[in-house]
Design a protein around this ligand. Structure first.
Ligand SMILES: Cc1cc2nc3c(=O)[nH]c(=O)nc-3n(C[C@H](O)[C@H](O)[C@H](O)COP(=O)(O)OP(=O)(O)OC[C@H]3O[C@@H](n4cnc5c(N)ncnc54)[C@H](O)[C@@H]3O)c2cc1C
Length: 345
């Protein structure tokens, strides 16, 4: 894991590009800039802030078993390092600007006890427990199983601009551009590939598939707890009083338009779970394509003589696990730079 040590590069400042300005690219750029001095870092992306998939996400920290690194040990390291990264921001005076909040979450199921458990975080979050008989009735009758746990939520509508502001204030550069191939980046000593689903085309990666999601943003300032039900139903509070209601998970669907049938089903399921949402004002409806890959790709590759570190394929858990994967990607990148005779550490 990245420590408090700052690495100072030699006189020839290496040029580093971070491709992608979603939660993964932004977090890689943030960690890199904090970790290394005397480097020239540029974020390059065709879409920023609210135009990214990251900005569609509810942003709750809740990995599932479909999130996987190369080994169980790596997966767990990513999850744990991510949790502590978000906790550090949560405990800082910047938490509101960064859009990081914490709250309790109920997860109920009528069908399956295992839906309510999460072996990846039960030993990590401060509370993860089975609910009692009274709590099973909070969201109406018929729930058979339930758990309650504490977690955090990262609102990318705040987090992405917050990172970008500090990155630029500390000398980082930002360029809006679509990149067709790594060979168009010969001036960079190192390139981090954090292009999410864009990596499908940039790397010709057939293992990367979209999982389509659709959500409502509704005004619900009274909502202070998150709720999950069966059929991928979720209600997640927001730091600005705007809650996220979801959702759907459509494998290999590229449809970026709001679907009225999905919308009707999502609203019906959420209102059933929490009737108080019935008259909540709808602020927006959004669609995002989750960049799903098993395992998530964090590894080095030399492409057309360009040193590349890939960090993509986080699926439905990119906000949760961006920091843990970014820490590993930065470590791999720094090792690559060390092996470059031009840069002396
Ligand atoms: C409805 C929905 C709900 C979600 N809820 C959660 C949640 O609660 N918790 C959670 O952890 N995750 C959630 N996710 C998943 C999360 O949004 C993704 O895992 C995450 O956003 C992926 O981040 P990313 O930075 O890899 O990709 P993106 O946000 O898509 O960013 C990719 C970046 O790369 C750039 N790019 C791509 N190709 C190129 C190119 N060729 N040249 C230049 N730039 C390029 C793009 O412009 C963009 O800036 C949700 C997703 C959806 C759709």
């Amino acid at each position: 894991m990245i420590g408090s040590e700052t690495i100072i590069m030699g006189k020839e400042s290496p040029k580093i590009a971070v491709l992608g300005a979603g939660v993964v690219g932004s977090t890689v750029a943030k960690i890199l800039q904090e970790q290394v001095r005397n480097v020239d870092i540029t974020i390059i992306a065709d879409n920023f802030r609210e135009e990214t998939v990251s900005a569609v996400a509810a942003g709750i920290f809740r990995p599932s078993t479909s999130f996987r690194g190369a080994t169980a040990e790596i997966t767990k390291r990513w999850i744990n390092n991510s949790w502590y990264f978000w906790q550090d921001i949560l405990k800082s005076s910047e938490s509101a600007q960064a859009g990081v909040i914490s709250f309790g979450t109920y997860i109920f199921s009528k069908e399956n006890y295992h839906n309510t458990r999460n072996h990846l975080i039960e030993d990590l979050v401060p509370i993860y427990r089975a609910v009692d008989e009274n709590e099973l009735k909070i969201c109406g009758e018929g729930w058979k199983y339930g758990s309650y746990f504490n977690t955090v939520k990262i609102g990318c509508d705040n987090y992405l601009p917050w990172v970008e502001r500090s990155f630029v204030a500390n000398g980082g550069k930002v360029v809006q551009k679509y990149i067709n191939s790594f060979s168009s980046l010969p001036e960079y000593d190192l390139v981090f590939n954090c292009t999410g689903l864009g990596a499908k085309y940039l790397c010709n990666d057939h293992d990367l598939v979209p999982i389509r999601g659709q959500i409502f943003k509704v005004k619900a300032p009274w909502l202070k707890t998150a709720f999950y039900g069966d059929y991928d139903t979720y209600i997640i509070p927001g730091h600005d009083g705007v809650a996220t209601l979801g959702g759907v998970r459509q494998y290999n669907s590229y449809n970026r338009d709001v679907c009225k049938y999905d919308a009707a089903a999502i609203m019906e399921r959420c209102v059933q779970l929490l009737p108080a949402l019935k008259n909540a004002e709808v602020v927006a409806q959004k669609v995002g394509l989750r960049p799903h890959r098993v395992p998530v790709r964090v590894e080095r590759e030399i492409i057309d003589r360009v040193k590349v570190v890939h960090c993509y394929g986080h699926g439905g858990y990119g906000v949760t696990c961006a920091p843990g994967t970014a820490i590993d990607a930065v470590n791999i990148g720094l090792d690559l730079l060390r092996s470059n005779s031009k840069s002396k550490l």
